[in-house]
Write a protein that binds this ligand. Sequence first.
Ligand SMILES: C[S@@+](CC[C@H](N)C(=O)[O-])C[C@H]1O[C@@H](n2cnc3c(N)ncnc32)[C@H](O)[C@@H]1O
Length: 236
Amino acid sequence: MRIDVSEVIAKSGLARKIFGGLSPSYDSVLDRMTLYQDGTWKRRMLEKLPLEEGATMLDVGCGTCVLEERFPLKGSQVIGIDITSEMIRLAQRKRLSQVSSLGLADAEHLPFVEASFDLVLSCYVPKYCDTRHFVKELVRVLKPGGHLAVYDFTRPQGPFSPLLNYFEMGFMPALGKLAAPLDASVSFTFGALPGLIKTTTWCEEFGNALDEDGLSEVGREALTGGVVTLFWATKR
Ligand SMILES: C[S@@+](CC[C@H](N)C(=O)[O-])C[C@H]1O[C@@H](n2cnc3c(N)ncnc32)[C@H](O)[C@@H]1O
């Protein structure tokens, strides 16, 4: 299978193309691609959210529900949405008790009324979205006093940035080439991601968008030298 990235114009189209093919091996690819750091990043994100019995939580771009499978969410009831049907199907097969509903939807057009959720979170989705539309939608469906947390890949900064940049821009594509004869979807993902991470401006825009939408207690943290950046905030 050969895929030309330039054919794919819309970012959501690119996401569907990546995750439609990758879905069966997604959970293990996630671990390897993040050098087993994803669990640390998810744990840090959850520390920023006051999880409480009975809280309603929306996971935007839930994928195969790795988060809900690997972390106890203290009685929160989760609704997951994703734009890729293959990912949702795999999440459904896991039959996770804390996931009450899963559906196909676009993060930029969430099918929920205003103020539906106590908590909204999202991992690895911003780079596929228009930042302003994405943030507006997350904030719209959040209840007043509710909390959100989001992280995604960014370009590393600081003393270890040459090494970490090599991981994102050199190691990932090299792995993609190695995987090509075995799995075209894995190869495509490892090939396409570095370009996306290099060009995305989500991180520069995200904090401003949260401020413009009137959120308070906005926080931001670079994790693993800035390989990913985590944002959290509260709706007034
Ligand atoms: C790298 S996966 C992350 C899945 C999950 N959040 C996790 O942490 O394992 C990114 C997911 O975002 C989804 N996605 C990308 N763009 C989206 C959009 N506009 N709306 C909803 N989901 C989207 C993809 O289909 C994919 O399942």
